[in-house]
Design a protein around this ligand. Structure first.
Ligand code: GYE
Length: 365
């Protein structure tokens, strides 16, 4: 591949976000001012290099966050399914085990290997500009997936979710549900995700914004690192420190919520639609939706991990000399049982909730 030509093309790449999904859900689109105007690359630079003939194997390095959750397993599987040898790809997959230094090293190894494309799911949102400059200098396009990079724009495209919107959805849902239940005082405990991950930052900011507006009491927020063990450990300490003082628990992913359930079971705290504590989760993977169906999670706010097909579209656009959208947003759903399906809006946009049924669970990842 003639990487210099592609490098020039990428320098000219700035496009508005599009929405990835198949209808029926809620668009977690960014505010309009996040989107830069589309700008076409000059036609002579947009020619596909001659040696990119159809049938060539495309080599990809993927620096994945780790294996901390059901969501992560689904994300990894999605990438491995799409970027398979049968589909014409040579995928080097590195599980970075939630270690930011290991992730930077993985990216540098991909540069050494001279892969055609690098996919990064950034564990944390900062500390990226130097290594992305190295990728750019090597002429290797980077595609960011899932979590965002907030201190550099030296990548071709990002495909993922609007995490702040997810946090706003949880907050607006809680307001409407608490009103329906006649609950006037909210005392919430938050078990957050990996500190500094954009998924953590966005969900915390979104929920906090509604809590501030409504005057809710957030008693504590500690990280469970997006793991079941982490969620259980934090909830065990919460059950001791805040016994009898909380009526809402917000877990920033399903696995943390599974751990929190174990801790509350052990402490004799009841939760879910028939319990004393409203339990809110994010991700809505299959096992999470089963907890909604069992009335144990009060509501679950989806984060869609099946981004790989949209990443492939980005790569195919680059392969043919085109300009991909700079931001591609996944479509998400907000899940509950009928008892907890309430009307709410986010910034004036009415939201649709999805009832969890056996069919919905069977169709989920
Ligand atoms: O919510 C969590 C995973 O980055 C959106 O990471 C992702 C988060 C997801 O560990 O389960």
């Amino acid at each position: 591949m003639k990487k210099k030509v592609l490098g020039v093309l990428l320098a000219a790449t700035m496009a508005v976000g599009m929405l990835a999904g198949c209808g029926g859900g809620n668009a977690t689109e960014a505010p309009a001012d996040d989107a830069a105007p589309a700008e076409e690359a000059p036609a002579d630079e947009a020619e596909a290099p001659a040696d990119d003939a159809a049938g060539d194997v495309i080599s990809i390095g993927f620096a994945q966050v780790g294996h901390e959750s059901d969501w992560r397993t689904a994300s990894t599987k999605s990438c491995q399914d799409v970027f398979s040898a049968e589909n014409g790809y040579d995928l080097s997959f590195v599980d970075c085990d939630n270690d930011s230094a290991a992730q930077l090293e993985a990216v540098r190894n991909f540069i050494q290997q001279d892969v055609d494309y690098i996919i990064i799911d950034p564990i944390v949102s900062t500390g990226w500009d130097t290594v992305l400059t190295e990728c750019e200098d090597a002429g290797i396009p980077v595609i960011v997936i899932d979590r965002t990079i907030d201190d550099s724009d030296k990548y071709a495209a990002w495909v993922g979710s609007n995490f702040k919107t997810e946090g706003l959805a949880a907050g607006e849902w809680l307001k409407a549900y608490a009103e329906k239940q006649g609950i006037s005082e909210i005392n919430a405990l938050v078990i957050s995700g990996t500190t500094g991950a954009s998924a953590q930052i966005g969900r915390s900011e979104g929920f906090q914004e509604i809590a501030d507006r409504e005057g809710w009491n957030i008693l504590d927020e500690q990280t469970g690192d997006f793991t079941e063990d982490g969620g259980q450990a934090v909830m065990e300490s919460y059950c001791k420190s805040y016994a009898g003082k909380f009526n809402v628990v917000v877990c920033q992913n399903d696995n943390e919520a599974f751990g929190a359930m174990t801790a509350m079971d052990n402490a004799g705290v009841t939760y879910g639609l028939d319990g004393d504590v409203i339990l809110i989760s994010f991700d809505a993977c299959t096992a999470g939706l089963e907890k909604v169906k069992a009335r144990q999670f009060s509501a679950d706010f989806e984060c869609n991990p099946l981004a790989a097909p949209f990443v492939e579209e980005v790569i195919q656009t680059l392969q043919s000399g085109g300009t991909p959208d700079k931001e591609v947003y996944m479509e998400e759903h907000w899940f509950a049982l009928p008892d907890a399906i309430v009307d709410f809006s986010i910034d004036g946009a009415a939201q649709t909730m999805t009832e969890v049924t056996d069919d919905v669970i069977a169709a989920q990842y």
